[in-house]
Design a binder for this molecule. Structure first.
Ligand code: NAP
Length: 251
Protein backbone atom coordinates (compact mmCIF):
# COMPACT_ATOMS: atom_id res chain seq x y z
CA UNK A 1 0.00 0.00 0.00
CA UNK A 2 1.36 3.47 -0.85
CA UNK A 3 1.87 6.00 1.93
CA UNK A 4 -0.36 9.06 1.24
CA UNK A 5 2.00 11.26 3.27
CA UNK A 6 5.10 10.32 1.23
CA UNK A 7 6.69 13.36 -0.47
CA UNK A 8 9.43 11.51 -2.34
CA UNK A 9 10.06 13.15 -5.71
CA UNK A 10 8.36 16.41 -4.71
CA UNK A 11 10.08 19.82 -4.52
CA UNK A 12 9.13 22.27 -1.75
CA UNK A 13 9.92 25.97 -1.38
CA UNK A 14 9.85 27.15 2.24
CA UNK A 15 10.29 30.87 2.93
CA UNK A 16 11.90 32.02 6.18
CA UNK A 17 13.42 28.55 6.55
CA UNK A 18 16.53 29.61 8.48
CA UNK A 19 14.87 29.47 11.91
CA UNK A 20 11.71 28.84 13.93
CA UNK A 21 8.54 27.48 12.34
CA UNK A 22 9.95 27.68 8.80
CA UNK A 23 12.92 25.56 9.77
CA UNK A 24 10.61 23.07 11.52
CA UNK A 25 8.51 22.78 8.36
CA UNK A 26 11.54 22.43 6.05
CA UNK A 27 12.87 19.60 8.21
CA UNK A 28 9.49 17.81 8.36
CA UNK A 29 8.98 18.03 4.59
CA UNK A 30 12.53 16.74 4.03
CA UNK A 31 11.92 13.84 6.44
CA UNK A 32 8.84 12.98 4.36
CA UNK A 33 11.07 12.87 1.26
CA UNK A 34 10.72 16.29 -0.43
CA UNK A 35 13.67 18.18 -1.91
CA UNK A 36 13.90 21.58 -0.24
CA UNK A 37 14.52 25.11 -1.54
CA UNK A 38 15.07 27.11 1.63
CA UNK A 39 14.41 30.80 1.02
CA UNK A 40 15.41 33.66 3.30
CA UNK A 41 17.54 36.72 3.95
CA UNK A 42 19.79 35.19 6.67
CA UNK A 43 22.30 32.34 6.78
CA UNK A 44 20.78 28.91 6.07
CA UNK A 45 23.77 27.12 7.61
CA UNK A 46 21.83 25.52 10.49
CA UNK A 47 18.88 24.43 8.31
CA UNK A 48 21.27 23.10 5.67
CA UNK A 49 23.07 20.89 8.15
CA UNK A 50 19.82 19.47 9.61
CA UNK A 51 18.10 18.89 6.24
CA UNK A 52 21.23 17.30 4.75
CA UNK A 53 21.04 14.49 7.33
CA UNK A 54 17.77 13.36 5.68
CA UNK A 55 19.55 12.78 2.35
CA UNK A 56 17.17 14.88 0.22
CA UNK A 57 18.36 17.43 -2.33
CA UNK A 58 18.64 20.95 -0.92
CA UNK A 59 19.26 24.43 -2.22
CA UNK A 60 19.28 27.71 -0.33
CA UNK A 61 18.06 30.87 -2.06
CA UNK A 62 18.90 34.27 -0.57
CA UNK A 63 15.94 36.64 -0.96
CA UNK A 64 14.47 39.57 0.96
CA UNK A 65 10.68 39.24 0.89
CA UNK A 66 10.14 42.76 2.20
CA UNK A 67 9.33 43.48 -1.46
CA UNK A 68 7.99 41.31 -4.26
CA UNK A 69 11.11 41.88 -6.40
CA UNK A 70 12.53 38.36 -5.88
CA UNK A 71 9.36 36.27 -6.40
CA UNK A 72 9.93 35.26 -10.04
CA UNK A 73 13.59 34.44 -9.51
CA UNK A 74 12.74 32.25 -6.47
CA UNK A 75 10.50 30.10 -8.69
CA UNK A 76 13.01 30.08 -11.59
CA UNK A 77 15.96 29.16 -9.37
CA UNK A 78 14.00 26.37 -7.66
CA UNK A 79 12.91 24.83 -10.96
CA UNK A 80 16.41 25.17 -12.40
CA UNK A 81 18.16 23.66 -9.35
CA UNK A 82 15.67 20.99 -8.28
CA UNK A 83 13.71 20.26 -11.46
CA UNK A 84 10.25 21.47 -10.43
CA UNK A 85 8.11 23.16 -7.77
CA UNK A 86 5.28 21.15 -6.20
CA UNK A 87 4.87 22.71 -2.76
CA UNK A 88 5.11 26.35 -1.61
CA UNK A 89 5.10 27.27 2.08
CA UNK A 90 4.65 31.02 2.64
CA UNK A 91 6.12 31.19 6.14
CA UNK A 92 8.33 34.33 6.21
CA UNK A 93 6.71 36.87 8.46
CA UNK A 94 7.34 39.67 10.93
CA UNK A 95 5.50 41.39 13.74
CA UNK A 96 5.63 44.99 15.04
CA UNK A 97 4.13 45.83 18.44
CA UNK A 98 2.72 49.23 19.43
CA UNK A 99 -0.57 50.71 20.62
CA UNK A 100 -2.94 51.30 17.69
CA UNK A 101 -3.11 55.00 18.62
CA UNK A 102 0.66 55.40 18.06
CA UNK A 103 1.14 52.89 15.23
CA UNK A 104 3.29 54.21 12.33
CA UNK A 105 2.80 53.91 8.60
CA UNK A 106 6.25 52.29 8.38
CA UNK A 107 5.22 49.54 10.84
CA UNK A 108 2.00 49.05 8.88
CA UNK A 109 3.65 48.82 5.43
CA UNK A 110 6.63 46.67 6.47
CA UNK A 111 4.43 43.99 8.02
CA UNK A 112 1.77 44.05 5.30
CA UNK A 113 4.38 43.88 2.52
CA UNK A 114 6.18 40.89 4.01
CA UNK A 115 3.30 38.90 5.49
CA UNK A 116 0.61 39.49 2.88
CA UNK A 117 1.80 41.12 -0.35
CA UNK A 118 4.87 38.92 -0.84
CA UNK A 119 2.91 35.78 0.09
CA UNK A 120 0.27 36.61 -2.54
CA UNK A 121 2.71 37.42 -5.34
CA UNK A 122 4.98 34.45 -4.59
CA UNK A 123 1.86 32.25 -4.71
CA UNK A 124 0.98 33.80 -8.07
CA UNK A 125 4.48 33.11 -9.44
CA UNK A 126 4.43 29.53 -8.12
CA UNK A 127 0.90 28.89 -9.40
CA UNK A 128 1.88 29.94 -12.92
CA UNK A 129 4.31 27.00 -12.82
CA UNK A 130 1.94 24.65 -10.95
CA UNK A 131 -1.01 25.25 -13.31
CA UNK A 132 1.24 24.20 -16.20
CA UNK A 133 2.14 21.04 -14.30
CA UNK A 134 -1.50 20.38 -13.37
CA UNK A 135 -0.89 20.08 -9.63
CA UNK A 136 0.51 21.93 -6.62
CA UNK A 137 0.18 22.60 -2.91
CA UNK A 138 0.35 26.08 -1.37
CA UNK A 139 0.43 26.43 2.41
CA UNK A 140 0.20 29.86 4.03
CA UNK A 141 1.34 30.30 7.61
CA UNK A 142 -1.52 32.23 9.17
CA UNK A 143 -2.02 32.85 12.91
CA UNK A 144 -4.54 32.91 15.72
CA UNK A 145 -4.78 36.57 14.63
CA UNK A 146 -6.49 35.23 11.49
CA UNK A 147 -9.41 34.52 13.86
CA UNK A 148 -8.92 36.94 16.77
CA UNK A 149 -8.17 40.64 17.17
CA UNK A 150 -5.24 40.65 19.57
CA UNK A 151 -3.79 43.84 21.05
CA UNK A 152 -0.95 46.18 19.98
CA UNK A 153 -0.31 44.37 16.68
CA UNK A 154 -2.64 46.09 14.18
CA UNK A 155 -0.67 45.41 10.98
CA UNK A 156 0.04 41.82 12.05
CA UNK A 157 -3.66 41.14 12.68
CA UNK A 158 -4.57 42.80 9.37
CA UNK A 159 -1.97 40.78 7.48
CA UNK A 160 -2.88 37.42 9.02
CA UNK A 161 -6.64 38.00 8.68
CA UNK A 162 -5.93 39.00 5.06
CA UNK A 163 -3.85 35.87 4.53
CA UNK A 164 -6.77 33.68 5.65
CA UNK A 165 -9.00 35.51 3.16
CA UNK A 166 -6.48 35.14 0.33
CA UNK A 167 -6.14 31.44 1.18
CA UNK A 168 -9.88 31.02 0.60
CA UNK A 169 -9.91 33.16 -2.57
CA UNK A 170 -6.98 31.31 -4.15
CA UNK A 171 -8.52 27.96 -3.22
CA UNK A 172 -11.71 28.98 -5.04
CA UNK A 173 -9.80 30.08 -8.15
CA UNK A 174 -7.23 27.28 -8.32
CA UNK A 175 -8.85 24.14 -6.84
CA UNK A 176 -10.17 23.06 -10.25
CA UNK A 177 -6.68 23.56 -11.69
CA UNK A 178 -5.23 20.91 -9.37
CA UNK A 179 -3.79 23.28 -6.76
CA UNK A 180 -4.65 22.98 -3.07
CA UNK A 181 -4.36 26.28 -1.20
CA UNK A 182 -4.65 25.99 2.59
CA UNK A 183 -3.20 27.60 5.70
CA UNK A 184 -1.88 26.58 9.09
CA UNK A 185 -2.61 28.82 12.06
CA UNK A 186 0.09 28.22 14.68
CA UNK A 187 -0.78 29.04 18.27
CA UNK A 188 1.94 30.31 20.60
CA UNK A 189 5.31 28.89 19.54
CA UNK A 190 8.80 29.25 20.96
CA UNK A 191 10.55 31.31 18.24
CA UNK A 192 12.16 34.73 17.77
CA UNK A 193 8.69 36.10 16.97
CA UNK A 194 7.49 35.52 20.55
CA UNK A 195 10.62 36.37 22.57
CA UNK A 196 9.05 39.57 23.95
CA UNK A 197 5.91 37.71 25.11
CA UNK A 198 7.86 34.92 26.79
CA UNK A 199 10.14 37.42 28.56
CA UNK A 200 7.10 39.24 30.04
CA UNK A 201 6.38 37.12 33.14
CA UNK A 202 2.70 38.14 33.45
CA UNK A 203 1.92 37.78 29.74
CA UNK A 204 3.71 34.43 29.65
CA UNK A 205 1.60 33.15 32.56
CA UNK A 206 -1.64 34.46 30.98
CA UNK A 207 -0.87 32.74 27.69
CA UNK A 208 0.13 29.44 29.28
CA UNK A 209 -2.98 29.54 31.45
CA UNK A 210 -5.20 29.52 28.36
CA UNK A 211 -3.47 26.75 26.40
CA UNK A 212 -5.22 23.43 27.14
CA UNK A 213 -2.04 21.52 26.23
CA UNK A 214 -0.31 23.47 29.04
CA UNK A 215 2.83 24.35 27.07
CA UNK A 216 4.14 26.56 24.26
CA UNK A 217 4.46 24.92 20.83
CA UNK A 218 7.85 23.90 19.47
CA UNK A 219 8.72 24.31 15.74
CA UNK A 220 8.64 20.50 15.41
CA UNK A 221 4.93 20.55 16.45
CA UNK A 222 4.00 22.13 13.07
CA UNK A 223 5.62 19.48 10.88
CA UNK A 224 2.77 16.95 10.80
CA UNK A 225 0.17 19.50 9.64
CA UNK A 226 2.57 20.78 6.96
CA UNK A 227 3.27 17.28 5.64
CA UNK A 228 -0.48 16.55 5.57
CA UNK A 229 -1.29 19.71 3.58
CA UNK A 230 1.69 19.13 1.25
CA UNK A 231 0.80 15.51 0.50
CA UNK A 232 -1.83 13.60 -1.49
CA UNK A 233 -3.54 12.87 1.85
CA UNK A 234 -5.08 16.37 1.56
CA UNK A 235 -6.04 16.30 -2.13
CA UNK A 236 -9.69 17.16 -1.35
CA UNK A 237 -8.87 19.80 1.29
CA UNK A 238 -9.18 23.35 -0.08
CA UNK A 239 -9.27 26.80 1.53
CA UNK A 240 -9.04 25.67 5.13
CA UNK A 241 -7.12 27.36 7.96
CA UNK A 242 -5.92 24.57 10.23
CA UNK A 243 -5.11 25.64 13.80
CA UNK A 244 -2.13 23.95 15.45
CA UNK A 245 -2.50 25.67 18.78
CA UNK A 246 -2.50 23.26 21.70
CA UNK A 247 -6.27 23.80 21.90
CA UNK A 248 -6.19 27.62 22.31
CA UNK A 249 -9.16 28.28 20.00
CA UNK A 250 -11.19 25.54 21.67
CA UNK A 251 -11.30 27.58 24.91
P1 NAP B 1 10.82 33.90 13.40
O1 NAP B 1 11.70 32.94 14.10
O2 NAP B 1 10.98 35.35 13.63
O3 NAP B 1 10.86 33.56 11.86
C1 NAP B 1 10.38 34.43 10.88
C2 NAP B 1 11.05 34.05 9.57
O4 NAP B 1 10.63 34.96 8.54
C3 NAP B 1 12.57 34.15 9.67
O5 NAP B 1 13.14 33.16 8.87
C4 NAP B 1 12.80 35.53 9.08
O6 NAP B 1 14.10 35.72 8.59
C5 NAP B 1 11.80 35.49 7.95
N1 NAP B 1 11.60 36.82 7.41
C6 NAP B 1 11.09 37.91 8.02
N2 NAP B 1 11.15 38.96 7.19
C7 NAP B 1 11.70 38.53 6.03
C8 NAP B 1 12.05 39.15 4.80
N3 NAP B 1 11.84 40.46 4.59
N4 NAP B 1 12.60 38.39 3.83
C9 NAP B 1 12.84 37.08 4.03
N5 NAP B 1 12.56 36.44 5.18
C10 NAP B 1 12.00 37.16 6.16
O7 NAP B 1 9.32 33.60 13.83
P2 NAP B 1 8.37 32.35 13.59
O8 NAP B 1 7.50 32.31 14.76
O9 NAP B 1 9.14 31.13 13.20
O10 NAP B 1 7.52 32.87 12.36
C11 NAP B 1 7.26 32.11 11.20
C12 NAP B 1 5.85 32.39 10.72
O11 NAP B 1 4.94 31.88 11.71
C13 NAP B 1 5.53 33.88 10.59
O12 NAP B 1 4.73 34.10 9.44
C14 NAP B 1 4.74 34.17 11.86
O13 NAP B 1 3.87 35.25 11.71
C15 NAP B 1 4.00 32.87 12.01
N6 NAP B 1 3.44 32.63 13.36
C16 NAP B 1 4.25 32.48 14.43
C17 NAP B 1 3.69 32.23 15.68
C18 NAP B 1 4.52 32.02 16.92
O14 NAP B 1 3.94 31.86 18.00
N7 NAP B 1 5.82 31.99 16.85
C19 NAP B 1 2.31 32.15 15.81
C20 NAP B 1 1.52 32.31 14.69
C21 NAP B 1 2.10 32.54 13.46
P3 NAP B 1 15.22 36.41 9.58
O15 NAP B 1 15.62 35.33 10.56
O16 NAP B 1 16.29 36.78 8.62
O17 NAP B 1 14.56 37.58 10.24
Amino acid sequence: MTNPFDLTGKVAVVTGANTGIGQGIAVALAQAGAAIAAVGRSSMEETTSIVETTGVRFVSIMADLGTIAPVSSIVEETVRSLGGLDILVNNAGIIRRNDAIDFTEEDWDTVMNTNLKSAFFLSQAAARHMIGAGHGKIINIASLLSFQGGIRIPSYTASKSGLAGITRLLACEWAAKGINVNAIAPGYFVTNNTTALREDKDRNAQILGRIPAGRWGQPSDIGGAAVFLASSASDYVHGTVLPVDGGWLAR
